[in-house]
Structure formats: structure tokens, C-alpha cells
Ligand binder design. Structure first.
Ligand code: ADP
Ligand code: MG
Length: 355
């Protein structure tokens, strides 16, 4: 067994080496983002999906070091899971962390695209073909191209809705980083782009099975059984050629009761950011958080229903309290006025906090 000093010396050495590597990356990388701070941003907003964030951190590190495969997109990631578990939000936050703007990505809804006249935009139909003009509105070229120091970002939402034709075009993008635009001869490059796809293939059948008499058995079966179920759903739907071209497939966890309180708290932070513009702040007692978490959670809609519920249950009593206290005439130059939300006989009640 090595002496503790040796271990420490070894660690010290490793540390120095990794500092050197970091320094080298800092000096040479063309990219301005920091994988670590991007991951931290995601971590502070997305609950219960640490495995996805870790994976993104690793991928971004490889990209920052300039070791992503050339002549392909920087990353092709498929995000799987139920609705309202944070798939789209992850991409929005990534755009915010990298570009300083949560809408700085191109979102292509495959549901819309499945209407065939739109799909021409992506399959490169010749000019004159119906739909050949749509690509200008459907495809945000700037967002895909990115810039010299920042990668572009594209999100193909509900990719399972893509037609065979569209899937083939996507496969081309994954393979050689190019998409022939419907306008004819022009090509759009994805080689400086992070490509995300989302799908909820398998989610519905998994929930059905869990709600059936098999519930306990499935609960005992654990995460690998769940992963297996989603994998089968994927393989039944997509050709192996399509799946083989994807760099990472990440399965988002379902939102469970253990995550709910934290998500409610995050939503309150968000509401307060909004209220700040009116110089109003809301303090929410723990019993209210617990109440909303219990009342507003529906596993079928994940965090989505929860978010609505927070707004419904807080903004209505807050508005009433504002009217009652006459706090509507806020002094926008002064200190914010504080309200407190507490539970009064099973109902959320807001009150102006006199200081
Ligand atoms: N894991 C999560 N942690 C915190 N908030 C979440 C999470 N998942 C979803 N939300 C919130 O719920 C809403 C819907 O999430 P979204 O990412 O659009 O779901 P989807 O997985 O269907 O794309 C977003 O406003 C997001 O802030
Ligand atoms: Mg989504």
C-alpha cells in the first residue's frame, strides 16, 4: 500500500497536469464557453437530471478542446423521456449559457414538418416545389451556423414524427454535416452546430405498464428495466442506420415526488424575477411550497402541470393582496414591497408584509 505522502504527491502532480491541460485549452480553444459554468447553470435550473448534465459537460469539454470529429456536427444528442421533464428547457438553458439568450437556437417541430409541404424545406426539394420558400422561416440559418467562438444549436422536436424522407435528410446531416436547402443549390453547414433531438417514444407505454397491475413488479425492476423499455421502443421505430449516427442517447428521468418541492421553489424564484420589474417580491413559506407540491403534481405532465399550478395558486392570491393593500401604486425607484404567502386553513393566502 502506498504511503499517504506518495498518494498526496501523486494527486498534486495530477492536479498540476490537469491545470496545464486546462491552461492549454484556454489558450488554444476557439470556443468562448466554459463547460463547467454551462453545466453549473443547467444544474441550478434543472432538477433530477444530473446524469444528462454530466454527459453534456463531458461532450462540451471534448468540443472545447477541439477534439470533436471534423466534418460532422459537433454533437448529435437524442433526448428521450416523458413530457415535462426538462428536455426543451435543457436546450434553452444551454443557449442562454453559450449565447446569453435562451432563444438563440433553431427549433424545428417535426410535427409541423410532417405536413409534407413543409418537409420540402428539409429534404431539399427543387425550387418551385411547394414549400421551397418555407425554409427561410422554418430554418434559422444563423442559429445553426453559430459564430467563430460559439457553436450553433438546433433542436429537432418530436423526431419520431419525421417522415422517412426527412429522416434520410437528417442522417445526411449527422453523417457529413450538410443539409441541401430547398432553395436548390445552397447547402447549410452543421459542422459548428450542437444537434439535439427529442422524443417521447416509449414514454406512454411505460406509464401504462406502471399503472397496470404490473406496477410493483416494474417498480422493483429498477432503472435498467426502464432503459430497456425505451431502447426497444426506439429500435422498433427507427432504422439502425439512423440510431447508429447518434453520438449520445440520454434518457431523462420521470419527475417524481422527490423533485417536486425543489421545482416549485425554482418557479417561485422565476416569479420573483418577474415581479422585480414591479418592485414587488414574494416570500413563500415552506408549508405553501409543500401544499403546492402535493396538490399540483401529476406524473403524467411532469413539471409542466406543476409550473401552471404554482402560477395559479400564487398569482391569484397575490393579486388580491396587492389590490387590498393598495400596493399597486408602487414606487419603482424605492425598495421592493414584500408580500408573504402562507397557508391559512388549507388555502394559500398572501399578505402585505409591513416592515
Ligand atoms: N427537471 C426539471 N427541473 C426543473 N424544471 C423543469 C424540469 N422539467 C421541466 N421543467 C419545467 O417545466 C416546463 C416544461 O419543461 P420542458 O423542458 O419544456 O419539457 P419537455 O421535457 O417536454 O421538453 C419548463 O418550463 C421547465 O422549466
Ligand atoms: Mg419539449
Amino acid at each position: 500500500m502506498p504511503f499517504i505522502n506518495e498518494v498526496l504527491a501523486h494527486n498534486q502532480k495530477q492536479n498540476e497536469i490537469s491545470q496545464e491541460v486546462k491552461q492549454a485549452v484556454k489558450v488554444r480553444s476557439r470556443y468562448a464557453f466554459e463547460p463547467e459554468s454551462v453545466a453549473q447553470k443547467l444544474q441550478s435550473h434543472i432538477v433530477g437530471q444530473d446524469h444528462v448534465i454530466d454527459s453534456l459537460r463531458q461532450q462540451l469539454t471534448v468540443i472545447k478542446a477541439g477534439l470533436a470529429e471534423p466534418r460532422r456536427p459537433l454533437l448529435v444528442m437524442l433526448m428521450l423521456g416523458d413530457t415535462g421533464v426538462g428536455k426543451t428547457e435543457t436546450v434553452r438553458l444551454l443557449a442562454e449559457a453559450i449565447h446569453g439568450d435562451a432563444s438563440a437556437f433553431c427549433r424545428i417541430d417535426m410535427n409541423t414538418l410532417s405536413q409534407s409541404h413543409y418537409s420540402a424545406a428539409i429534404t431539399g426539394a427543387p425550387p418551385g416545389y411547394v414549400g421551397s420558400k418555407e425554409n427561410t422561416t422554418l430554418i434559422d440559418e444563423e442559429a445553426i451556423l453559430g459564430s467563430a467562438s460559439r457553436p450553433g444549436i438546433v433542436l429537432f422536436d418530436e423526431v419520431e414524427k419525421a417522415s422517412q424522407e426527412v429522416a434520410r435528410s437528417l442522417m445526411n446531416v449527422f453523417d457529413n454535416g450538410h443539409l441541401r436547402l430547398a432553395s436548390g443549390t445552397r447547402e447549410l453547414s452543421f459542422t459548428n452546430c450542437l444537434v439535439f433531438m427529442t422524443s417521447n417514444l416509449g414514454a406512454e407505454t411505460w406509464q401504462q405498464r406502471q399503472n397496470s397491475g404490473w406496477k410493483n413488479w416494474f417498480a422493483k425492476a429498477g432503472p435498467s428495466r426502464r432503459a430497456g423499455h425505451f431502447e426497444t421502443a426506439l429500435r422498433n421505430h427507427f432504422d439502425p442506420e439512423f440510431l447508429n449516427r447518434i453520438d449520445r442517447i440520454e434518457l431523462f428521468k420521470s419527475i417524481s415526488t422527490t423533485h417536486v418541492a425543489r421545482i416549485v421553489e425554482l418557479e417561485v424564484v422565476r416569479i420573483n424575477q418577474q415581479l422585480m420589474k414591479k418592485k414587488i417580491q414574494l416570500r413563500v413559506n415552506d408549508d405553501v411550497i409543500k401544499h403546492i407540491a402535493e396538490q399540483g403534481f401529476d406524473v403524467k405532465y411532469g413539471a409542466r402541470a406543476l409550473r401552471r399550478s404554482v402560477r395559479d395558486r400564487l398569482l391569484v392570491p397575490l393579486s388580491a393582496a396587492m389590490l387590498e393593500s393598495g400596493a399597486l401604486t408602487v414606487d419603482l425607484t424605492g425598495e421592493p414591497q414584500w408580500f408573504v404567502a402562507r397557508l391559512v386553513s388549507g388555502q394559500v393566502h398572501c399578505e402585505w408584509q409591513r416592515v
